[in-house]
Design a binder for this molecule. Structure first.
Ligand SMILES: Nc1ncnc2c1ncn2[C@@H]1O[C@H](COP(=O)(O)OP(=O)(O)OP(=O)(O)O)[C@@H](O)[C@H]1O
Ligand SMILES: [Mg+2]
Length: 393
């Protein structure tokens, strides 16, 4: 408590109202009624969070956001966009400009406060865990139950990012000359493994070699030697499929996750579908967690329980996203809206049924996004990748 929040809106009444709500919760507030004023106050006061209106006469919120993000002294300040614009396109523009979260007017005071608290918590987390951790965006993929497509989603999202962050299909990409695809790592820490199977790989899988050593002997060069390189540019830490779950010690998981984060821009972790001790340890190393599910009522039950556990152990909704994989065409599938409403969680990806393509991809050991980059499925993975880039910035 006691953090300073800069409240920016060209309507003075709105500034006053929001400030009052925040002050009641013990926050210090600073007012600004224009974009220019907002930038000036951000410079001089270094607030802990900025609530930013989008439509303002002199300098709009998107531009303020871009300028803040481009300034190394101010770039880490969390930004909550606050606006009357409710269209999806505007929301995306806000996120692309660098906003951390987005609220549309009118907002319920409790929602405003909970988003503010979540953003402040998220900002404090990396500081608390600074240690050896570098700047990689660490993202976990956890199935709400088995067989829902978790490995497929993790692999295809990782390959998409490695191919260029999911900006355009690789075949039609016209990147600027200085464009560089981010460094992406994918680690299979699921108790059963399984990622290698999707790529038809069985030799030279590195994880068992690392687990055979005591954690203190593991350093980044050693870990790097155990990675498998994929044609997409993706580097992977793989393990053979294990019919019986393999227990990874917390110490191994922590050391491996931290060193991987130092080796790359993005580290994606396939976590399987059980929240065992290993997965719980890994959670502490993640910036964002993707829950994968099918659009069925059984998955909804599993998801609800999982989300409840996650909230109990200190996760906030803003760090959690849902990806729904609709593997089979079925009249009883739940809609996106039903799922979002039932779980109060944002759906950041929706993958439609493509049994033939999914089957061929596994058969040939090629990620779907590379086997058929022009397919709707590949586009859905690119959308998901773009969303994750924005969410973990
Ligand atoms: N969009 C899709 N449409 C149809 N089938 C799909 C789709 N995505 C994945 N599949 C298929 O569903 C099966 C399960 O996928 P996957 O192995 O990714 O799930 P998982 O949750 O990792 O499973 P497990 O719990 O066994 O590790 C695979 O045969 C995969 O090819
Ligand atoms: Mg799997």
């Amino acid at each position: 408590m006691g953090e300073t929040i800069l409240v920016v809106d060209d309507d003075l009444q709105t500034v006053k109202l929001i400030s009052l709500l925040l002050q009641r919760k013990g926050y210090r507030t600073l007012p600004a009624t224009s974009g220019v004023q907002a930038l000036a106050k951000a410079q001089t006061e270094q607030p802990d969070l900025i609530i930013l209106d989008v439509m303002m006469p002199d300098l709009d919120g998107l531009e303020v956001c871009r300028r803040l993000r481009a300034n190394p002294r101010l770039s880490a300040i969390p930004i909550l966009m606050f606006t009357a614009k409710a269209a999806v396109g505007d929301k995306i523009a806000g996120l692309q400009a660098g906003a951390d979260d987005y609220l549309t007017k009118p907002v319920h005071p409790a929602e405003l406060i909970s988003r503010v608290e979540a953003l402040l918590q998220r900002a404090a987390r990396p500081k608390a865990q600074a240690t050896a951790r570098a700047h990689a965006a660490t993202i976990g993929f956890l199935g709400v139950k088995g067989g829902v497509g978790t490995s497929t989603v993790a692999l295809n999202t990782a390959a998409t990012l490695a191919l260029g962050g999911g900006h355009l299909p690789p075949a039609v990409r016209t990147s600027p000359p200085d464009f560089q695809a981010p460094q992406v790592l994918l680690a299979d820490l699921a108790p059963h493994g399984g990622l290698a199977h999707l790529l038809r790989l069985s030799q030279g899988l590195g994880l068992p070699g690392l687990l055979a050593r005591p954690p203190r002997e593991l350093d980044p060069p050693t870990i790097e030697k155990h990675l498998t390189r994929h044609v997409s540019g993706l580097r992977m830490l793989l393990t053979p499929y294990a019919p019986r779950p393999v227990m990874l010690s917390a110490a191994h998981i922590q050391v491996i996750a931290r060193h991987l984060a130092a080796l790359s821009d993005y580290v994606l972790f396939e976590m399987g579908h059980t929240l065992d001790d290993g997965a719980r340890t890994l959670l502490g190393e993640l910036r964002y967690l993707v829950l994968v599910m099918e659009p069925t009522s059984l998955c909804l039950l599993h998801a609800r329980e999982l989300i409840q556990i996650l909230l109990q152990i200190g996760w906030v909704l803003q760090q959690l996203g849902l990806v729904v994989v609709n593997r089979a065409v079925s009249g009883i599938a739940l809609t996106r809206r039903q799922i979002e409403e039932a779980l109060s969680l944002e759906l950041i990806g929706f993958i439609s049924p493509a049994p033939d393509l999914a089957h061929r991809a596994v058969d040939q050991g090629v990620p779907i996004v590379m086997l058929q980059p022009e397919s709707p499925l590949a586009e859905q993975f690119r959308e998901l990748a773009r969303r994750l880039v924005a969410l973990t910035r």
